[in-house]
Design a protein around this ligand. Structure first.
Ligand code: PLI
Length: 458
């Protein structure tokens, strides 16, 4: 008999987690305004709020921390990171930032202005926030298949080339600063973009004179899916695939908190010296001098090691197999999830779990709260709260999908934790008919409301 698959690492340091009672959780979530972001982390047993900045660093990364160079300018840690980014992505120019949204802020300050349109594949919320903050508009060109959670498609992150070309035809090129391709596409369920699609997006964009920028937070996971799903790539290394992916882009923003496997950090990398120089000014104002940009030298060192580890097949296989293991347990129990299973998370189709709950009562948020009450497990709503209000009409935007995302931190939880998560959700699913009402908003911020919104039970 074949041996079962297990994590390709052993654990050297542990952090205790508290198993609370249902009574405790009922009180805590009420006091949190039914917003899981407002919980204290010690009120959570298994934390699947995000895979961003929550990963466990390796012993090599911790070793690199100790040799960080904290010089204000020209630190060796900066050059370590610059060399790694150049080797992996091919980009000549690089600016460190303190996280992904900071990279967006700096780069978009150069590229975008009022009245612009920015096509892409379901822009992440901070990306959209930074676009809309500049009174520009994000246009979603994701393939329609992505919005049907039951449909099997190997690359649901793909851009629909017809939709993209329609944008290029409708607006003059000077109004389209770039197309943003998110790898993997978080908002549509951690779904990858194929190499073929990347190639075609680049060719089409070149024809219209539009720059291609990758939101690269999970670029390594994207490369893993290309290797295992796309013909012609099965024998290539992840690093070879990554290198090819970036040949079809003019630049990238990065949240290093994902596929950099560090707890904080981000960067911009580019081919254009001109944009690099313009962005450098904004980097200095917003982030810090161009050789640290809001990062400590030690963190840049850890990131340089993390980027190399994240682009190794053995690591990626263990990461994605763990997510698959959880997803397959849920599928076996009949729970509707986005399929194929995403790279960093399992996305539960909340509308299909709670079909009778009105959309005005925040369906995915209701499910997220039920899962917390059941097992102390914190997921996150990717639905109406996150979609926010239309900036012009101020009406609620109701997205195609109401998802509960269970994001798995990198190298943090074991297979046994996956069993607990699955059983808790199965318990909720089995009593779904008793969940008859959801929540209403008591107060909300004018932008990015989901972080601070206060809710009341209906
Ligand atoms: O959280 P930041 O600022 O380091 O990165 C922003 C960001 C940009 N792009 C994408 C695709 C993201 O997923 C992203 C952050 N994601 C978070 C926090 C998440 O929980 O998915």
């Amino acid at each position: 008999m074949n041996l079962p698959y297990a994590e390709p690492y052993k654990i050297k340091m542990v952090e205790p987690i508290y198993r609370s009672s249902r009574e405790e959780r009922e009180l805590w979530i009420k006091n949190a305004g039914y917003n899981l972001f407002n919980l204290r982390s010690n009120q959570v047993y298994i934390d699947l709020l995000t895979d961003s900045g929550t990963g466990a660093m390796s012993d090599s990364q911790w070793a690199a921390i100790m040799t960080g160079d904290e010089s204000y300018a020209g630190a060796s840690s900066y050059y370590n990171l610059k060399e790694t980014i150049k080797r992996l992505t091919g980009f000549e120019y690089f600016l460190p930032t303190h996280q992904g949204r900071a990279a967006e802020n700096v780069l978009f300050s150069v590229l975008m202005k009022e009245g612009n349109v920015v096509p892409g594949n379901s822009h992440f919320d901070t990306t959209k926030g930074h676009i809309e903050f500049r009174k520009a508009k994000a246009i979603d060109c994701t393939i329609d298949e992505a919005f049907n959670t039951t449909l099997q498609h190997p690359f649901k992150g793909n851009i629909d080339l017809n939709k993209l070309e329609n944008v290029y035809k409708e607006y003059p090129a000077e109004n389209i600063p770039c197309v943003i391709v998110t790898l993997t596409c978080n908002s549509s369920g951690g779904q990858p973009v194929s190499m073929q699609n990347l190639k075609e997006v680049k060719a089409l964009s070149e024809k219209y004179g539009i720059m291609v920028i990758y939101d690269s937070a999970r670029f390594a996971e994207n490369a893993y899916f290309i290797k295992v799903r796309e013909k012609g790539y099965e024998n290539k290394t992840i690093k070879e695939i990554v290198a090819e992916m970036f040949t079809y882009a003019d630049g990238m923003t990065m949240s290093s908190k994902k596929d950099g496997i560090v707890n904080i950090g981000g960067f911009i990398a580019l081919n254009s010296e001109k944009i690099f120089k313009e962005a450098s000014t904004f980097n200095i104002i917003f982030e810090g001098f161009i050789t640290y940009g809001g990062m400590a030298g030690r963190d840049m060192n850890a990131l340089a090691v993390g980027l190399d580890e994240a682009t190794e097949f053995v690591y990626l296989e263990s990461r994605i197999k763990q997510v698959e293991y959880l997803g397959e347990k849920l599928i076996a129990a009949g729970i509707p999830i986005q399929q194929p299973i995403g790279g960093h998370a399992v996305f539960v189709d909340a509308k299909r779990v709670l079909p009778n709950l009105p959309k005005e009562q925040y369906v995915a948020q209701t499910l997220a709260i039920e899962l917390y009450l059941e097992g102390g497990i914190r997921g996150v709503e990717i639905g109406t709260l996150l979609a926010d209000r239309d900036p012009e009409t101020r009406e609620n935007r109701y997205p195609n999908l109401e998802l509960l995302r269970l994001a798995i931190p990198r190298r943090v939880y074991t297979y046994r934790h996956m069993d607990v998560i699955a059983q808790a959700l199965i318990n909720v699913y089995n009593r779904r008919d008793s969940i008859k009402s959801g929540y209403k908003i008591v107060s909300e911020a004018p932008i990015m409301r989901h972080f601070t919104v206060q809710l009341e039970k209906i």
